[in-house]
Design a binder for this molecule. Structure first.
Ligand code: COA
Length: 355
């Protein structure tokens, strides 16, 4: 049994907001933003999260040559759905006509796609489902305080998607679990070596969270509105607000945890970093990515980036980059990819993918 990526897709809104545009609304400069973040522009949606998710999904399904009716599972990693309910995944299901799919959203902020991908693959691995559509879609533009220069320069909107399929390995011995095994000798120890062969497949993963540090990157939800709340609790004040962020804390968190989780994953999989063709990281800040590369003693060329054009698109950043690289022909069969995400929660994690 193996799990393959059979299609990728992405969508970013047409409307571009450049650093020069931001100079008109807050005290900032193109030079400052580029130097501190690497960001040159970002896209802003006028249609919302579901519309972007649907467009990315259609493109991924087209590449996968898969009909929406053939999907068993749709997971959308988002923290900025258009509605509190129904979930974005249900809205995507309706728009696509994927009547047979189980659908739910997964809220892990910028780690949303990565956590959704891992979740979907566990379902596929269990045999519960055959085909899953995984989407990362976010509209951070609606959470940003456009008068706060320390956050409004960072984020953009977008969506990315991938279709995963469970396939029985052709040939191969049957393992003790009764499943076909891709490597008949079964010599390798880690789950990745057992299943990483000649096809595009998902390897092991690590997911982490530290809920105790939620205030570092925070956005309150809808207010408590029932008439029974006592004023003195202060809970009535916890209304929907803007994003607040301790930028330096988030920066420190990212440059510490991302290399750590990548190193732990590579060790678990018994794969040296040199064997990784690309490290596809959450696109938050060029300096964070450069620091991770340095810490891992890997050349920066192995860390592709598109944040100059899109800024931080939260849960969408990894699948947008993956799709762009795929469509540009940059991914060759057999390439080992290490994906890593981090964000509010705090949440972070990494996954290995064999192309
Ligand atoms: N333009 C110009 N000046 C700005 C500015 C902007 N857009 N934003 C902040 N500044 C100012 C600050 O007010 C401060 O001025 P002061 O020294 O007079 O007080 C100065 O620049 C330095 O601020 P500081 O916060 O120390 O800058 P920094 O080097 O830490 O960069 C971030 C700020 C936000 C770019 C950086 O901390 C960062 O990228 N953090 C990670 C954020 C992130 O990725 N979040 C999402 C994670 S999923």
């Amino acid at each position: 049994m193996e799990i393959k990526v059979i299609g990728t897709g992405s969508y970013v809104p047409e409307r571009t907001l450049t650093n020069e545009d931001l100079e008109q609304i807050v005290e900032t400069s193109d030079a400052w933003i580029r130097e501190r973040t690497g960001i040159g522009s970002r896209r802003i949606t006028e249609a919302g999260t579901t519309a972007m998710a649907v467009e990315a999904a259609k493109r991924a399904l087209e590449m996968a040559q898969t009909a929406p009716e053939a999907l068993d599972l749709i997971i959308v990693g988002t923290s900025t759905g258009d509605c509190l309910f129904p979930g974005t995944a249900c809205e995507v299901q309706a728009a696509l006509g994927a009547a047979g799919a189980a659908c739910f959203d997964l809220s892990a902020a910028c780690s949303g796609f990565l956590f959704s991908l891992n979740t979907a693959c566990v379902y596929l691995e269990s045999g519960a489902y055959q085909r899953a559509l995984v989407i990362g879609a976010d509209t951070l533009s609606k959470t940003v305080d456009w008068s706060d220069r320390s956050t409004c320069i960072l984020f953009g909107d977008g969506a990315g998607a991938a279709v995963f399929e469970r396939v029985e390995a052709a040939g191969g011995e049957t393992g003790a679990d009764g499943r076909k095994r891709a490597d008949p000798d079964g010599s390798a120890g880690g789950r990745m070596q057992k299943t990483w062969g000649h096809e595009s497949r998902v390897g092991p993963f690590i997911m982490k969270a530290d809920g105790g540090r939620g205030e570092v990157l925070h956005c309150a939800g809808t207010p408590l509105r029932n008439p029974f709340i006592k004023e003195e609790t202060g809970n009535k004040e916890k209304g929907f607000g803007y994003m607040t962020m301790n930028g330096q804390e988030v920066f420190r968190f990212a440059v510490k945890t991302v290399p750590e989780v990548l190193e732990a994953l590579l060790e678990k999989a018994e794969v040296p970093p040199e064997d990784i063709r690309y490290f596809i990281l959450h696109q938050a800040n060029e300096r964070i990515i450069a620091a991770v590369a340095k810490r891992m003693k890997q050349p920066i060329e192995k860390f592709p980036m598109n944040l100059e054009r899109y800024g931080n698109t939260s849960g969408a950043s990894i699948p947008i980059l993956l799709d762009e690289m795929n469509r540009e022909g940059k991914l060759a069969r057999g390439d080992k990819l290490a994906l890593a995400g981090f964000g509010a929660g705090l949440t972070w994690g990494a996954t290995l993918l064999l192309w």
